[in-house]
Design a protein around this ligand. Structure first.
Ligand code: PLP
Length: 344
């Protein structure tokens, strides 16, 4: 049976070029700083983000956790969105391992944290209060349907945070989707932030990895946190090699995924029983709702039996993500099956 897997862009497999690069990778012991391929990836990543230095990590979750651990101290408070991946989907690592309090601010439909709400959440200097030391933003914003934060918004948020003495970490797991959607270099989206992490293993199709970028001092301290978490890797050039191919060959093609997401949206709006849960499709994520009477778990199971996979995103809510392994024809096929399940 044909399988159209729209659960996430993390399901993408490495390309042939990545597999060849992995087999041929020059390696060394990265804990000693001696893996030439990891070093090359880190230099490339830092350049792409416009930062001084970078650190290869195993996952987006690890990059975010290391950023929180490096920017904060036990007992500090951090501000992030109610829809933030760090808040919802990272096993509470910031609290469990970083000992920080999380102060959430509702994201607006565009994935932003309204500036007035950020300012309101920053604690005054008062003996009763924890110290607010970090603001976390997410671009693209996953749960807000892959919404894109513009450089103008990010710069304003950074200016506000810095004015109050906070650092800013950008969870840029899908920052290249945002850059491609806006037609600008990713570095512009990360210009003022103190750290940015991006994933190689989502739309860019590498099998493993994320890169955390920032200034030299931050990355030196972050490297030590990575080691503490058990994330010091040895001949990691084998996986870094795929990351280099990802950065060299997989960024521009993300525009195809965005076009397929718009095609999916256009089709979904024609199906009775489905409503779109977002104003516009900005990148590769489509979030939609089923009419209240339709049990979402049953819908997913039935659709799965036709070879089309999506994930649950709420009581009546589903998410579909387009990526390299889903073609425009696959979208037509998926729409036929979604329509069939709704009709049944
Ligand atoms: C916005 C965002 N940040 C971070 C992550 C974590 O990435 P990983 O699965 O590599 O830990 C994800 C994963 O889906 C994500 O969507």
């Amino acid at each position: 049976m044909k399988i159209i897997d729209l659960r996430s862009d993390t399901v993408t497999h490495p390309t042939d070029a990545m597999r060849k690069a992995m087999a041929a990778a020059e390696v060394g012991d990265d804990v000693f700083g001696e893996d030439p391929t990891v070093n090359r990836l880190e230099i490339m990543a830092a350049q792409k983000m416009g930062k001084e230095a970078a650190l290869f990590t195993v996952s987006g979750t690890m990059s975010n956790l290391i950023a929180v651990l490096t920017h904060t101290r036990n007992g500090n408070e951090i501000i992030l969105g109610t829809e933030a991946h760090i808040f919802l989907n990272e096993v509470g690592g910031a609290a469990a391992l970083g000992g920080v309090m999380v102060h959430t601010v509702p994201n607006d439909a565009g994935g932003r944290l309204p500036l007035a709400d950020i300012e309101n959440a920053i604690r005054d200097k008062n003996i009763h209060y924890p110290e607010t030391t970090l603001l976390c933003l997410e671009n693209t914003q996953n749960r807000c349907g892959g919404a894109v934060l513009t450089p103008e918004y990010t710069n304003q948020a950074v200016e506000l945070a810095h004015r109050h003495g906070l650092k800013v970490h950008l969870d840029g797991a899908r920052i290249f989707n945002a850059a491609v959607a806006l037609g600008i270099p990713a570095a512009e989206l990360a210009a003022g932030v103190d750290s940015v992490g991006f994933c190689l293993s989502k739309g860019l199709s590498a099998p493993v990895g994320s890169v955390l970028c920032g200034n030299k001092d931050f990355i030196e301290r972050a490297r030590k946190k990575r080691k503490m978490l058990g994330g010091g890797m040895r001949q990691a050039g084998v996986i870094a090699a795929a990351g280099i191919v990802a950065l060299e060959t997989m960024v521009d093609r993300l525009a195809e995924d965005h076009a397929n997401a718009r095609k999916l949206e256009a089709g979904l709006t024609q199906i009775r029983g489905i409503t779109l849960a977002q104003e516009k499709i900005a990148t590769n994520i489509v979030i939609f709702d089923l009419v209240q009477s339709f049990p979402v778990a049953e819908f997913i199971t039935k659709l799965d039996s036709h070879g089309v996979k999506v994930v649950r995103f709420g009581n009546h809510r589903l998410r579909a993500v387009t990526h390299r392994m889903v073609s425009a024809d696959d979208i037509d096929y998926a729409l036929t099956k979604i329509e069939q399940v709704c009709r049944e």
